[in-house]
Design a protein around this ligand. Sequence first.
Ligand code: ATP
Length: 353
Amino acid sequence: CSSGASTNSMAYLDLKDLHKAFGAARVVSDFTLAVERGEFVSFLGPSGCGKTTVLRMIGGFETPSSGRILIDGQDVTALTPARRKVGMVFQAYALFPNLTVAENVAFGLKVAREPASQTARRVDEMLELIKLPQLKDRYPYQLSGGQQQRVALARALAVRPKILLLDEPLSALDAKIRVSLREEIRAVQRELGITTVFVTHDQEEALSMSDRVVVMHNGRADQVGAPFEIYNAPKTRFVASFVGTLNLLEGVALAPDRLTIEGQGITTTRGLAGAAVGATVSLALRPEAIGPLPTPERTNKLEATVVDVGFQGALVRVKVAVGRQSLTYVTFNAPNSPPPERGTALTLWFGPD
Ligand code: ATP
């Protein structure tokens, strides 16, 4: 589980061997992670895998059963949330309904007894940062969901936290706003250089926003790495199938670099992980690695029949049957060549890599 994580003493946020149990239920195990200053790290995993629990332990809202948390070299494991200097944004808009936008953003500064003039200046700065200065005097019910989350972000950042914690801040918003807010959150995060931990179960969100992704499974970090690495070099079957679409085809090992799928021979340069001749093996193929046109690299072929076609605009997703198994491939839309029809027999090509 410590893949990619280190005990680097330069880490800005250092999670050391965190464990958490609620009664007899172990929710987080062996969780070690070093986050650099200014880094944007996502926790990605299915519902219930422990993402929020780790985030809440960083924030001080939950106490680890064992392990330590260091922020900027200081052990904060026993400190209250307020003394850790973390800013948090939640899934549900947690704005105070009876306060205006400006008063919401000023809230933490008032609690910290900042002088009024400094508070006013900081509020203006924050509203500029999230590009909503004109909404200063509105109340939360007069804002869209996306605007409310931007205000929640401004409120969290106003107190100059050391770490920004984001707990599925986009999941209640509709698709278009979600995508534009992703970019906006990342832009604000870069501008301030603030170390950020972002919890999501949406792989596209994690891949597109993060410097590094921690893929979580049953309370553990299965893999830690840059999005490109997580997607292209998954270390476990769980990571391979949870991140991105994956075709898993069952086959039989023929030789160290040969197998058959539904009686059709396939060569692989990745090897068969030592499987004995005759053993059952799984072949994992990304949808974009397969296509109906041969290329110099795509030297493997499978005979298939089209079962379903999903035209998505830029991409066309085609589900095919290969014997009694099925797989999905994607191609780019080509205006001059319509997608295949259901029932069409075709040959699919993919590389030995
Ligand atoms: P989701 O995406 O659904 O929020 P998650 O990955 O964030 O999931 P957690 O919220 O961390 O998961 O929960 C992990 C497990 O711990 C779940 O099985 C949950 O029911 C359990 N759990 C969380 N908080 C408590 C608590 N206070 N008492 C008992 N069990 C808890």
